[in-house]
Design a protein around this ligand. Sequence first.
Ligand code: ADP
Length: 491
Amino acid sequence: MPSISRRGFLGGTAAATLSTFALSSAVFAKESDIKWDETYNVVVIGAGGAGLAAAVTAKEAGAKKVVVIEKMAFPGGNTIRAGGGINAAIKADYEKAGITDSPELHAKQTLAAGDGRGDPKLVNQLTAKAPESVQWLKDHGVKFQDNIYQIYGGLYKRARNPIGPRGGAYIKALVENCKKLDIPIMLNTQVLEVVREKQLSGKVLGVKVKQKDGKVLYIRATNAVVAAGGGFAASDRLSALHDPRMEKLGTTNHPGATGDLLIDLIDIGADTRGLDYIQCIPGNVKGETHAPNLFTHVDRFIFVNLDGKRFINEDARRDVLRDAMLDQPEAIAWTIVDADGFEEQKNSKGPENEAARKAGTLYIGDSIEDLAKKTNIPVEELKKSFEQYNTAVDTKKDPMGRAPTVLVNKLAKAPFYAGRVTMQRHHTMGGVVINEKAQVIDRHGNVIPGLYAAGEVTGGIHGTNRVGGNAMADIFTYGRIAGENAAKNPI
Ligand code: ADP
């Protein structure tokens, strides 16, 4: 008898490892079988950027009763911790910045940076609607800085930052909108199951939740459930399962980014894609807290290793930067900016870098020699690295391969600032499969009726490697799409 591989049997995605959970929790339910404790039109799971955008949009699109369910004690998820840079090819902005751009170029670069593993339809929709998302955020109270810049791993000058506390600026504005629109956010409430008529068929009816005091409630969604539970980079087990190299690394994520909602969705038949692709960015080295953030503006910083040598073009893709740093002695690098670079990043990173200064992880030198002394970097090598980079700015030719567009600012003005970093798990590119309407797709390619998903819990947009600044564009764009469609979903 021919053997059937388990992978083929489960539907064939390379990421089928998680599908082994599929039959672990029985969710056999008919509407009449369950005593529903509360009823809403749209139930949104997760009070991060995607979930809050979905909830506000659903209400504004006509859903009478909308609720957001959040397992943590406060809203925000990873979005509140995010740098906040959002990519969008907005004509007025790129013309003012004197650059050429378009949603088409944004899509092309996004697909290429993900090695063609992103779904072109989802990516094209993302880049076409990202400008609208920025406008939508403005209309909902978010103010933006004027500066358009190339964010770390962003590969192009296309990002802008909100005014205010990084990603927290979005969360603050959207929580205020929820209040205004009478959308309750149930905190300390974890979704344990997404309830479907039958475990692997029929429509989604609502959710089973557990509150902090252990009380279990069934919450009915008469239109739809929107799953916006974020990624799993805080889970050592799931991260190591999909990329064993990740096991020893720390994470930038909030403690709730454990992928439990992803597993709940797989339990009711959702297909997955891209779970093996896990992004890292610089963060604390082991034993330290409060690493300074000196690397967001690519045209302002350099990396050197513990020997003081540059080892990579700092404008590279995030996966390339990750691998290059992990290859250095002790997998550690120094990020270095000058006084002007420090000043420019102050708008968004000021409080973080002040906390680093207090924690003793921000090193400040009045000269290159002084910085070398304070950081223990060999002074001659550090001088050579400064010289190499500053000459590259003059000649527009960098032996490390930086593009001329990010060879514009010398490291010239003292004091110089440095922070020691290593790579930390940051973003999980994979997740559940969605279509352009943000409907969740099952392992047979069919829509799961009444279920939408948006944000980091989904896969198929960023491919192997997410472009810096595209996460914010993704969560607000697909959050809005999911919310609008959920509101209109036939009952
Ligand atoms: P995104 O960027 O996609 O919006 P975030 O990480 O910002 O993702 O937000 C996801 C939110 O979902 C987090 O606040 C997280 O605590 C919440 N969450 C995750 N799983 C559950 C769950 N099972 N029940 C309720 N909330 C959840």
